[in-house]
Design a protein around this ligand. Sequence first.
Ligand code: PNS
Length: 167
Amino acid sequence: MTKKILAVYPGNFDPPTNGHLDIISRASGLFAEVMVAVTNNVNKVHTFTLQEKIDLLQESANHFKNVKIVSFSGLLANYLETINSFVVIRGLRAISDFEYEFQMALMNRKLNKNIETIFLMPDQSYTFLSSSMVKEIAMLGGSTAAFVPKCVEEKLKKYIAILSKNV
Ligand code: PNS
């Protein structure tokens, strides 16, 4: 039996990278509908606002017809219940991601026993890629063109131009 599954890909996306887009593309091919659910991870310092992150994802992922960009606040487990979805997608880049992801998947399942987390591996060329590394490269004057969609690259340049005016 094939079920029409609505899968949710939650994340901080500060900013979205080509690695995130790779996971979105894979999830889009596997599930009937994919919601990319943007939130502000309370454990991280934010560079871009929630709305900026949503806009960047919308621009970068608008060619996937079964993908919607949404936002949520509070617990992911509660949000999933409100939209009647129990499938969470997360990207796994390396073994170093595993412990945190394993903990989060089991905690979400503890909060709601119906939640299943499915891990997708990005193309190996993205295994080294992270939003924080992209920001560091941009801040130190390096090119991020190979790592992020064009709109993110431009947004990073604008962000850095504003920062350098204020120092
Ligand atoms: O991109 P990130 O920072 O790895 O994403 C982590 C995220 C946002 C998916 C996670 O922090 C999350 O689900 N936050 C919502 C609050 C929540 O449910 N926390 C308990 C997770 S076990």
